[in-house]
Write a protein that binds this ligand. Structure first.
Ligand SMILES: NC(=O)c1ccc[n+]([C@@H]2O[C@H](COP(=O)([O-])OP(=O)(O)OC[C@H]3O[C@@H](n4cnc5c(N)ncnc54)[C@H](OP(=O)(O)O)[C@@H]3O)[C@@H](O)[C@H]2O)c1
Length: 267
């Protein structure tokens, strides 16, 4: 088995490091190529994987291809490269690029799969959703699951659900980071110094999410455990409800879904 990465940036690095750490595949069986060659050399120096001389060479040699360049680079795949992927499994992490557009670029691939990962994949705590174009063989499903398992949790979805997945788990890390930053800003505004405000907000975020994970309790149950009638948390949550923060998040997710749909339309 050999895996070729087209694109060797942040996401390719996360996948390669995860796969090597979990021993899903040996470094001798992985190669990469990038645009300028700079990131491919960096990734090769860091991990010991090979660098191919060209995209065509990589595509011709790999049994499994991982498309990890920017979504617009899919349009630069030549018919020759597309044909060279005959019989290969093509895995794409390109935001917004549909299974049909992937299939058009790689018409004779044995199967095509679209994945939406997220940035916590860098530390093996990601959430990825995926959909195959056609029913995969057991071997292909197991290969994909091991590859994504190296990044964290993975869930199979329908392609029609990918826009919602993008809004929730693809964009989600930014929502959580922004949320923590807003809490820190509010604390700073009221007199805590910046470093302490930030540490309190980050520590509370990490501790709360870890508690949610380890306890297995529902988020709503954990809210109830913190709130006492007419207490301080009650005052905070009542004000947020009056400000319709659930609605604010809902319309934010709606905007992300809309934008994801727009970006997936042919230009
Ligand atoms: N980062 C995330 O959390 C995340 C989440 C979901 C989906 N994604 C998807 O993952 C993909 C990669 O994102 P990233 O954050 O890893 O980007 P990145 O760090 O900017 O890496 C992009 C890579 O593409 C290479 N490249 C540029 N032009 C190329 C070409 N013509 N042919 C082949 N390779 C080329 C670059 O090479 P050089 O720089 O060496 O020229 C670089 O290795 C994107 O499509 C994105 O939609 C990312």
């Amino acid at each position: 088995m050999s895996i070729g990465f087209i694109g060797a940036g942040n996401l390719a690095r996360a996948i390669v490091l995860g796969m090597l750490e979990k021993k899903v595949v040996a470094k001798e069986d992985i190669a990469c190529v990038s645009g300028s060659g700079a990131t491919a050399s960096q990734l090769s120096n860091e991990t010991g994987i090979a660098v191919s001389h060209s995209r065509l060479e990589l595509v011709a040699q790999a049994d499994t291809l991982v498309l990890a360049f920017k979504p617009q680079h899919l349009d630069t795949v030549t018919p020759e490269e597309g044909d060279a992927a005959k019989g290969s499994l093509v895995i794409s992490v390109l935001a917004g690029r549909t299974l049909d557009s992937l299939r058009a670029a790689f018409p004779s691939a044995r199967n095509v799969v679209r994945v939406m990962p997220n940035t916590p994949s860098r530390i093996g705590k990601g959430v990825s959703a995926y959909c195959f174009q056609s029913e995969p063989t057991d071997a292909d499903r197991s290969l994909l699951e091991s590859l994504l398992g190296a990044l964290g949790e993975r869930y199979e979805v329908q392609e029609s659900q990918m826009h919602i997945v993008t809004a929730v788990s693809g964009c989600g890390p930014a929502v959580f980071f922004q949320f923590i930053d807003f809490i820190a800003q509010a604390a700073e505004k009221r007199g805590l110094d910046h470093a302490l405000a930030t540490r309190l907000a980050i520590g509370t975020g990490i501790g709360s999410l870890e508690l949610m994970k380890q306890s297995g309790q529902l988020p709503s149950e954990l809210v109830d455990e913190v709130v006492s009638p007419n207490g301080v948390t009650h005052a905070l949550l009542t004000q947020l409800a009056d400000d319709e923060w659930a609605n604010i998040l809902d319309t934010g997710i709606e905007a992300a879904v809309r934008r994801s749909i727009e970006l997936s339309q042919p230009s």
